[in-house]
Design a protein around this ligand. Sequence first.
Ligand code: F6P
Length: 332
Amino acid sequence: MKRIGVLTSGGDAPGMNAAIRAVVRTAIFYNLEVMGIRRGYAGLIEGDFIELNSNSVSDIMQRGGTFLLSARCEEFATKEGRKKAAEQLRKRNIDGLVVIGGDGSLTGAEYLYQEQGIAYIGIPGTIDNDLAGTDITIGFDTAMNTIVDAINKIRDTATSHERNFIIETMGRISGFLTVMAGLAGGADALLIPEQTVSIDEICDKLAKRQKEGRLHSIVLVAEGYGGNFRTNRDINESPAYGIARRIAELTGQETRVIILGHLQRGGSPTVMDRILASKLGAKAVKLLMEGQASKMVGLVGNKLEACSIKDVLKKKKEIDLELYELHRILSI
Ligand code: F6P
């Protein structure tokens, strides 16, 4: 192996820059050349490559987003698109790829491997934490901290005006962010895709809280609550508004909505995310050098592990129901 490529794909996540930095510097340390591929698979198909050296990744560790840019690419979902992508790599003598992204990005990399024999190692980068094969994904910790910070701030104004707030978090298919941030932020009720809690139950709780003299209630709702899978990000599909209307009708309490949206994807990565990204980036390069492919490197029980991508993609990572239950107990 003489030359590798690195790209970020799908939704960006804080810590992706730290992962790119680790990939580039580890590769250079072991005398490999590194090409950066801009705009994910879209840039791969178009041949948007840049040579990376140690200097190219200076001063990026602390920045959110991804300096290689990211995209969701429809052409790469076609066999023809993937053939073009492989040709771009072969033309530049790139022997292996490091792909940083979520399940869609890793699925794409696997197709490229199966059809075109392009070796790759995946790094889990998504704020959703919804990938099996790792306890935690890059960006999750920062996003949780962002949500908790938002809850703290909303709490101030909610108390002053004696209002409820419905705070919508990201997570189309999973409630990881909602449960963990809800527990840490002291939310009063959680609505996630994995659990069926009715709005009536929430209303009973909110009415009881008011009777007890509580000045506000905070309900955290994951964007995918109630099987709501937004594809076009139409704000009218947000579950939060309907929930707020219903709560206001049933309880008579003033109830406002805030959709945190892409705010959760930005910001300087936390120490945890920077360290995780640095470890995963370095390990991915070492795995490629050992001749491994079609794997994702993850952190399992505080140890780095390479998991076959097929296992990663076929398993659904379940939220920690004990934490969900703990939240229920602590939010009485
Ligand atoms: O997968 C990460 C994520 O931020 C999800 O939480 C969210 O549903 C989705 O991406 C939003 O994607 P986009 O930025 O393409 O609208």
